[in-house]
Design a protein around this ligand. Structure first.
Ligand SMILES: Cc1cc2nc3c(=O)[nH]c(=O)nc-3n(C[C@H](O)[C@H](O)[C@H](O)COP(=O)(O)O)c2cc1C
Length: 186
């Protein structure tokens, strides 16, 4: 297997991170990998907010918990009520990916960028976790204000966040894959 295929196979969603910040040159390489993702008609209808400021990460985690508790969704309320629950797994870096709401393929394009980030992180021996649950962060007045204060452009909507950091331990086991979802016609 070549290196690219190995990285694809080895990448796992990492939910335990070491507290130290990732190196600047690694962050730059990871962000660049997002900018080089494919996009429909090369529209690049994405925006990336890289958050490393501890105070802001803590505020986001707190708001996430509050919105989950207010959601009325049983699963969300149960998770947020667990005192050990850390919405972003205490990752030292979080990349918020938002898409131009007017772009028909914004979600697809941003998903490709998120995967590039995850693969770049794995290739550098770092951990990542793509999270869509973070959508709930922006489902309140405070969340809308937060997005504004983070510099998310007007008209851009949440697609996902990606937690990034050095792994605290070995990769978890591969969650089972469905292997019977391919039909070859040849
Ligand atoms: C669109 C999308 C949304 C996800 N949302 C979350 C999330 O909110 N929280 C989380 O811990 N993991 C999330 N994950 C990670 C999945 O749980 C994970 O990819 C899946 O269980 C397979 O495990 P693997 O990534 O280690 O192969 C998400 C993954 C994707 C692609």
């Amino acid at each position: 297997m070549n290196q690219a295929l190995e990285v694809i196979r080895n990448r796992r969603s990492i939910r335990r991170f070491r507290p130290e910040q990732i190196a600047e040159h690694e962050l730059e390489a990871i962000v660049e990998s997002a900018l080089f993702a494919p996009s429909a008609m090369n529209g690049q209808p994405w925006h990336f907010t890289v958050i490393q400021e501890r105070r802001t990460l803590e505020r986001m985690a707190q708001l996430m918990r509050e919105n989950m508790l207010k959601s009325g969704n049983e699963f969300m309320v149960r998770r947020a009520s667990d005192p050990s629950f850390s919405p972003f797994y205490n990752a030292p870096t979080l990349i918020l990916i938002t898409a131009d709401a007017k772009d028909k393929f914004g979600q697809f394009d941003c998903a490709a960028a998120a995967q590039n980030i995850a693969l770049a992180a794995e290739s550098l021996g770092m951990g990542s976790c793509i999270m869509a649950m973070s959508a709930i962060l922006f489902e309140s007045e405070e969340g809308v204000e937060l997005a504004r204060s983070l510099g998310v452009p007007d008209g851009y909507v949440h697609v996902c966040t990606v937690a990034l950091g050095y792994k605290d331990g070995p990769n978890p086991q591969v969650p089972p894959r469905k292997m019977d979802v391919v039909n070859y016609v040849k």
